[in-house]
Design a protein around this ligand. Structure first.
Ligand SMILES: *Cc1c(COP(=O)(O)O)cnc(C)c1O
Length: 402
């Protein structure tokens, strides 16, 4: 039977397009193949290549032990990360959102509580909701993109339980002023330090500036795992203990559940990788600062706003964000030149569909809204070569001063 011996018909199913490798070539898909960026907004592979043997060794160690959850690596990382931040404790978690959520719960947030945060990133609002509290927004101070302290006190009510300042882009919020107000009103301060590993405020590190510091180790952060990860840092032993319970089904001891908890544990494999990378964090942050200084020098005299270097604060440039009222044409111009860029973030939290019930109309938080229309992040990973740094600067210069 001829039929039986006929080779299988060569059917190639189209890929989803997510890989950018569409075997059908001309079929229009969502992620149709585009000219690749000469300088993408982020290229993590370069970091791996620079520390490959150490990372591979760390991962192999985990497999050799085959202890994958809450073991020696997590404990070692917690000790090393607490020491790095200058806190007594660090608790490894599944991600940055749950770090914020658990810190808020451990700080007493519950249904009926209010949490004050900023609207120019979604995280504080989502974390407040995850802790069953209502997010209350304070506008940002536009030169630092962080919480405007002058508007903070007016938002405090009898229901306010905590303040979540966000150290956005790698710049810390004005923590002395925030802590002073919190003290006066008996409120907890939960830092969102997810973009600020190693950032400093008056010589102290982010994560050691409030009651609790919350970190994400999402791969693109200044300190990133090989997947999701997070941590809370604190000097408060009770808080650390409660968060340890919350991450592991509410267990105080094995099979003794003291509270109704969650499952949000940092994996051993991530902890092992993070221990390798933590040794490089200061070096990488210094390089980010050097690149930022070169960008800022190169972009002088143009009609744009550069990131602010503020006295007493050490910015670690998770992102290098410029501001211009010609943002969209600039982004297109850079794209045509092969330079990646991104908007962090285009829609403030109070204008998101998820938070319509807060009934905050357009115009309610004008500084955050205006920033969202004008900000643009340029590529700033430590592995950017000198030539690439110049290409970025020259492309922006060419747009403004052709
Ligand atoms: C990344 C990030 C988070 C959340 O971290 P995940 O690990 O993705 O949950 C929270 N806040 C800020 C400012 C972030 O950048």
């Amino acid at each position: 039977m001829v039929e039986a011996h006929r080779p299988a018909r060569q059917v190639r199913l189209p890929t989803t397009g997510l890989t950018g490798k569409n075997p059908w070539g001309t079929v229009a898909l969502d992620c149709a193949v585009e000219k690749p960026f000469m300088i993408p907004i982020l290229e993590l592979k370069r970091q791996y290549e620079s520390i490959k043997s150490e990372v591979d060794g760390a991962i192999r160690q985990v497999f050799d032990s085959s202890w994958f959850i809450l073991g020696k690596q997590v404990q070692g990382f917690e000790e090393e990360f607490a020491a790095y931040c200058g806190t007594k404790y660090a608790v490894g978690l599944g991600n940055g959102l749950e770090a914020l959520q658990f810190a808020l719960v451990a700080c007493g947030c519950k249904a009926g509580s209010e949490v004050i945060t900023v609207p120019n990133a979604i995280f504080g609002a989502v974390a407040a909701s995850a802790a069953q509290a209502k997010p209350v927004f304070v506008d940002i101070e536009p030169s630092s993109y962080t919480l405007d302290v002058s508007q903070l006190e007016a938002k405090i009510t009898s229901r306010t339980q905590a303040i979540v300042p966000v150290h956005l882009y790698g710049q810390t919020a004005d923590m002395d002023a925030i802590n002073a107000i919190a003290r006066r009103h008996g409120l907890k301060v939960v830092e969102d330090a997810c973009q600020a590993h190693g950032a400093e405020y008056r010589g102290r590190k982010a994560g050691a500036l409030g009651h609790a510091g919350c970190f994400s180790f999402y791969p693109s952060k200044n300190l990133g795992a090989c997947g999701d990860g997070g941590a809370v840092t604190t000097n408060d032993e009770g808080l650390a203990q409660e968060i340890r319970m919350l991450r592991n089904y509410g267990q105080a001891d094995r099979y003794h559940h003291k509270v109704r908890g969650f499952n949000s544990r940092l994996d051993e494999i991530h902890a092992a990788v993070l221990r390798v990378k933590l040794k490089y964090l200061d070096r990488w942050n210094e390089t980010r600062r050097e690149i930022a200084a070169a960008f800022s020098a190169g972009l002088t005299g143009l009609d744009l706003v550069r990131p602010a270097e503020l006295p007493g604060r050490k910015h670690v440039y998770h992102l290098y964000v410029i501001r211009t009222n010609r943002r969209d044409p600039l982004q297109q111009f850079l794209k045509d030149k092969g330079v990646g860029s991104q908007v962090h973030y285009p829609i403030p939290a109070h204008l998101q569909e998820a938070f319509v019930d807060l009934r905050l109309p357009c115009g309610a938080l004008p500084q955050a809204e205006q920033a969202a229309n004008e900000i643009l992040s340029l590529p700033i990973y430590p592995e950017l070569t000198a030539a690439e740094r110049s290409t970025v600067v020259n492309a922006v210069r060419e747009f403004f001063a052709p």
